[in-house]
Every structure is written in structure tokens, then in C-alpha cells.
Ligand binder design. Structure first.
Ligand code: IMP
Length: 422
């Protein structure tokens, strides 16, 4: 197996960072392929927790090569902050982290636009992370974006940033929002370029060469299947394709190169920001899941909305991405619940459906549940599948049966050691 793609199967925050980190000792190259600093991948090594926004999670192992692929929208100042923090704690990535020359830059005017557009949406605001992601992808699709390759030419970079800032100012003025200082943004971009330009290269060739040389490559998805621009809960989605197809295009490899698709799902569901969430629990159980699971956004600190495992949505994500195996995370957080609810269908217009609807129907979907008995006690000491409570194993078997994919890994805590493989 040389190429593994790892995808979030819910609304992001499934614990992908931990799973990537826990599996990356057996990986040569780890690639981020879409999204940007809206992601917050938490990795815990020993006593230290790190949140990585742009650096691939698997890079905390000393010999792994990292790639920020062409599908990523890259905030240069944010990346440097992250690299400096990692270097200060002994993780020097120099010479082993590479940035695609085709990756688009996120600059301060994108963040300003993100805020202005959210304000304009009023009651219908999406609840974005305000990291400038949507406006950067708008520029990419509009063919006006500035790419990382342009970091190599400071004169051109300055001119392009000033030109784009002026164009954004025309839009910001029409939205009645304060304008940006193009020269100041250009100064910052040029300063970042001096440090980042040596890391910029043709990563499409790098990744394809690694595959040809039978190296082990892990493509690390960001966000999740239900936030995918095409297949998620549009318009309450992110602006990239979190789907496997987005990952492939986002690092420039052919579909047939992928040997294994691993999906990561939490044993319950969470969502940050607005949008439909059929199994959301507004009561005590939802609050307990939030408290026990520390469900606060790793990028924005916002409390996450919490609810039960939704097998209609999970099956949709597994099926549309061709997921071979599921890593089930945060199983320990279910401990203490008197009942574990699992959504098996939606009631819509008087009928029960088992497919994930598009459009506004998902807003109106009422969940149909199957209840399993709860369990008590800590799971963090469990080291083998048979150590897990019987009721949890029943939930897992039911999930496998419904989604037609095996659960091959169960995570019972944030530490690398709290990972049970089957
Ligand atoms: P944006 O990606 O910042 O434009 O945000 C669009 C939606 O995706 C919002 O609901 C965000 O909360 C959500 N989102 C974006 N990135 C993540 C993530 O990494 N985890 C969870 N939700 C995310």
C-alpha cells in the first residue's frame, strides 16, 4: 500500500489530526491537499498538545516529508507563525516541508472580505472561520488569485498584491466596510516571501515521484465530507472539495494511484457554524458530550454543536468517497450516557428515507433513532478491541453493517497510545 487518503466523514473536527499523527510513523510523505488555516488539527504528543492549521499533522515525526499541495489556500503569515512555534519546541521542519508553486495565497484582504460578506449575509451568515478561505477560493475560481510561485519574485509579488488590494477596496467600499492598506499588505507579503520562497517547488512532481518510487504517501483531508462544496450541506459548507476527488486534484495525482481510503468519524456528531444538523441534541446529553469531549473549535474557540451519530450522513460520506475503512474517534466520550442514540433514517414529508438529501430537505429531516444501552467507566486504559464495553462493540458492528465499511481503528483518548487497531 503506497498511497492512503484520509478523509473526515462528518462536519470536520473528527480527530483527523490524531489519526494522521498516530499512523505517520509508517509514512514517508504527508500531504495537505485542500482547505487552509480554517482547519485546526490537534495532535497530542506526551504532555504537549499542538494545533496545526497549515502544517500537515504527520510532520511531528522527524523523518517525514511534508507537502502543502496546490489545492490548499495558504496564509503565508500564519504558516510562518506555525513554523516558528514548532521550531521553538524542537520540531525543525527546514528542508522537509514543501509548498506547491500552484497553491493560492490567502492575504489580509481575503479575511476582510470574509468578514464583510458574513455581515452582509445577516441572519443567513454561514458562520465561517473568517480565515479568508471563501474569498481566496473566489479569486482562484475567478482567475485573479496570487499563487505561491509568485513568492519567488518580490517585485512582481508587490505589484500583484497592490493591484488585487485596490480591486478588493472597490468591493469593500461598495459594501460600506473599511478599506485595506495595499502597500502594508504588500510589505508583509514580501517579508514572508523572503522566508517561504526557498520552500516553494513543483510538489505535483515530488508526490508523483514518491509514488513511482513506492514511498508511502498519506494525503490528509481537511474539514469533512458534509462540508464539501458539492456533496455537503450547501450553502453551509466550506469553499473546497473535501471529497476524495478534491484531495486528488489538490495534490495532482491520478485516482488510480490511491490504494486505500480511510474515513475518520467521531462516535457522535459535532458541527461549528450554521447549517442543518439533524441529530443535534439541545439538551443535557448534547451539553455532556460538549463538556466531556472538549468540543470547542480549535481554530475559533467557538462551542461546537453536539449530537448523536448519524448513520444516514455517515453512509452517504462512506459511499460517495469509496471509504474502505473507518477510524472511529472519541469513543471514550460516550461513557456516562445512559442511552447511546444512533440515527438510522430521516422522516421527511411523512416518509422514512435512508439517503442524505440535498437542498433544504436536510433542514426538515427528523431523525429516526435506534437506542443502545449506555456504559460507564474509562476507556483510556483499553488496549485491545475486546477490552471495549459490549454495547460499544454493538454500536460499532451496527455502524459497519449500515455503512458497509469496517471500523479498523478505535480511538479512546487523545494520546498516541490510546489507539486500538483491529
Ligand atoms: P470557512 O471554511 O471558514 O469558509 O467556513 C465555512 C464553514 O465550514 C463554517 O461552518 C465553518 O465553521 C466550517 N469549517 C471550516 N473549517 C472547518 C474545520 O476545520 N472544522 C470544522 N468546521 C470547519
Amino acid at each position: 500500500m503506497t498511497v492512503t487518503a484520509l478523509i473526515g466523514l462528518q462536519w470536520g473536527d473528527e480527530g483527523k489530526g490524531k489519526i494522521v499523527d498516530a499512523t505517520s510513523d509508517a509514512v514517508d510523505v504527508v500531504v495537505r491537499a485542500q482547505g487552509g488555516a480554517n482547519a485546526g488539527h490537534t495532535v497530542k504528543v506526551g504532555e504537549t498538545s499542538r494545533v496545526l492549521h497549515l502544517v500537515p499533522s504527520g510532520m511531528l515525526y522527524p523523518d517525514t516529508t511534508g507537502v502543502i499541495g496546490n489545492g490548499v489556500v495558504l496564509d503565508p503569515a500564519q504558516l510562518l507563525t506555525e513554523l516558528d512555534a514548532l521550531a521553538a519546541s524542537g520540531h525543525d521542519l527546514e528542508g522537509r516541508l514543501w509548498i506547491s508553486d500552484r497553491a493560492h495565497l490567502v492575504l489580509p484582504y481575503h479575511k476582510r472580505m470574509d468578514e464583510a460578506l458574513e455581515l452582509l449575509r445577516g441572519q443567513s451568515a454561514l458562520g465561517t472561520t473568517k480565515r479568508g478561505i471563501g474569498p481566496a477560493y473566489m479569486d482562484k475560481a475567478g482567475r485573479t488569485g496570487i499563487r505561491a510561485g509568485e513568492l519567488r519574485d518580490p517585485g512582481l509579488l508587490r505589484a500583484r498584491v497592490c493591484e488585487e488590494a485596490a480591486s478588493k477596496n472597490r468591493l469593500l467600499a461598495s459594501l460600506g466596510t473599511s478599506l485595506v492598506d495595499g502597500e502594508a499588505i504588500a510589505d508583509e507579503a514580501v517579508a514572508c516571501a523572503a522566508r517561504l520562497a526557498p520552500m516553494v517547488r513543483d510538489t505535483v512532481t515530488l508526490v508523483n515521484d514518491a509514488i513511482d518510487a513506492d514511498q508511502r504517501v498519506l494525503i490528509e483531508g481537511a474539514q469533512g465530507a458534509l462540508l464539501d462544496l458539492d456533496l455537503g450541506t450547501y450553502p453551509f459548507v466550506t469553499s473546497s472539495n473535501c471529497h476524495l476527488g478534491g484531495l486528488l486534484a489538490g495534490c495532482g495525482i491520478p485516482p488510480r494511484a490511491v490504494d486505500r481510503v480511510v474515513g475518520v468519524a467521531k462516535a457522535y456528531c459535532t458541527r461549528v457554524g450554521s447549517g442543518p444538523f439533524p441529530t443535534e441534541d439541545h439538551g443535557e446529553a448534547g451539553q455532556e458530550l460538549r463538556d466531556k469531549g472538549h468540543e470547542y473549535g480549535s481554530t475559533t474557540g467557538r462551542p461546537r454543536r453536539c449530537g448523536w451519530l448519524d448513520l444516514v450522513a455517515l453512509r452517504w460520506a462512506v459511499r460517495t468517497n469509496g471509504v474502505d475503512e473507518i477510524s472511529l474517534t472519541k469513543a471514550d466520550v460516550l461513557s456516562g450516557q445512559s442511552v447511546i442514540r444512533v440515527c438510522t433514517g430521516y422522516r421527511l414529508n411523512g416518509e422514512e428515507t435512508h439517503t442524505f438529501p440535498g437542498g433544504g430537505d436536510v433542514e426538515r429531516a427528523e431523525p429516526v433513532y435506534r437506542d443502545f444501552p449506555g456504559f460507564d467507566g474509562e476507556l483510556s486504559e483499553a488496549r485491545s478491541y475486546d477490552d471495549l464495553p459490549e454495547t460499544l462493540r454493538d454500536v460499532i458492528a451496527f455502524t459497519e453493517d449500515t455503512c458497509k465499511a469496517s471500523v479498523t481503528l478505535v480511538s479512546t483518548g487523545p494520546e498516541r497510545a490510546q489507539t486500538i487497531r483491529r
